[in-house]
Design a protein around this ligand. Structure first.
Ligand code: PBG
Length: 328
């Protein structure tokens, strides 16, 4: 039995050196993934009003940012294309154009910044005129198996462009298995799959949908028939188990901070690398809170990163990744 005064937990907390010595977790640049929004054109930079400090960049400017991320020790970046609405249609056809924005960006990156990991979403929402991640029937139902047929083609195109990690974020059933199978059949045996395994139908994605231009297209429609119910936790373990069986190399929980319990349950039950996505709404709340003077931005971001590590994450997607490294 630990009894006062023989046990005084404050002894170890007394000095900075001692606190550092007994700290159970640390955060380093190797834990962070920087998402980047890309647009067409040359030397373009666009603000995203609902995400202070985050820009949409043309490929040339994205390359500069990727070089900086690399020099800061960040292992990987995640690319998200924002297309002109004129390129969007019901089926997300532009996703299957081998020369589309994301493929051009990946090729350029592999050429100019070969040592940084490149992660790309597999989903149709940047490409569809309705803003959903899959294709719809005439009643507006999101069709699982018809969507899979498109997603496997999208996966092949992105993998052939040189992408290191495919990150299916669509939440269709069975997609990891089909994507793994087609990659293997094409000899793309080293292309990794990071499954957005437990992705919830969250209200924290709003600023991202602004950033990729799907918010107004979605209108009042939501993603509750494919993304997980926020009330569920056991079900997240089923999602993870299936994705591991189907061939995922890594899994993701999304959003991040409100779902630390899910991260911890996965960590306790499976041996697979786990990532959290500190999503756009979480990012913007901290930024706007700091701008309003009610929170210290640096401390808040660093705290959230340690929380993710404590919960059991190997790494974190965060729009603040490059800033956080500069806060160390
Ligand atoms: C789309 C996708 C979303 C995010 C990543 N990929 C949005 C959505 O599911 O509607 C959200 C990221 C964020 O909010 O930062 N498949």
């Amino acid at each position: 039995m630990r009894q006062f005064p023989f046990t005084r937990l404050r002894r170890n907390r007394k000095t900075d050196w001692s606190r550092r010595l007994v700290a159970e977790h640390q955060i380093s640049p190797s834990d962070l993934i920087q998402p980047i929004f890309i647009i067409d054109g040359k030397n373009q930079i666009e603000d995203i009003p609902s995400m202070p400090g985050v820009k949409r960049l043309s490929i040339d400017n994205m390359i500069k940012l990727a070089k900086e991320a690399k020099s800061l020790g960040i292992p990987a970046i995640a690319l998200f294309p924002k297309l002109d609405n004129s390129l969007k249609d019901e089926k997300g056809s532009e996703a299957l154009n081998e020369n589309n924005l994301i493929c051009r960006a990946i090729k350029e990156l592999k050429d100019k910044v070969p040592d940084i990991g490149v992660i790309a979403d597999i989903a149709l929402d940047p490409y569809t005129s309705h803003g959903h991640d899959g294709v719809l029937d005439e009643k507006g139902n999101i069709l699982n198996d018809e969507t899979l047929d498109i997603l496997i083609e999208q996966s092949l195109i992105i993998a052939h462009a040189g992408c290191d990690v495919l990150a299916p974020s669509d939440m269709m059933d069975g997609r990891i298995k089909e994507i793994r199978a087609i990659l293997e059949s094409e000899g793309l045996i080293n292309t990794q799959i990071l499954a957005y395994a437990a992705k919830y139908a969250s209200s924290f994605y709003g600023p991202f949908r602004d950033a990729v231009g799907s918010k107004s297209l979605l209108g009042a429609s939501d993603k509750k028939t494919y993304q997980m119910d926020i009330a569920n936790s056991d079900e997240a373990l089923v999602e993870v188990e299936l994705d591991i069986e189907e061939g995922a190399d890594m899994v993701m929980v999304k959003p991040g901070l409100p779902y630390l319990d899910i991260i911890r349950r996965i960590k306790d039950n499976y041996n697979i690398p786990i990532f959290a996505y500190q999503v756009s709404g979480e990012y913007s709340l901290i930024k706007l809170g700091a701008q309003a003077g009610i929170i210290d931005e640096q401390k808040a971001f660093l705290e959230t990163m340690l929380c993710f590590k404590r919960a059991g994450c190997n790494g974190i997607f965060t729009y603040a990744a490059m800033d956080i490294v500069k806060f160390f």
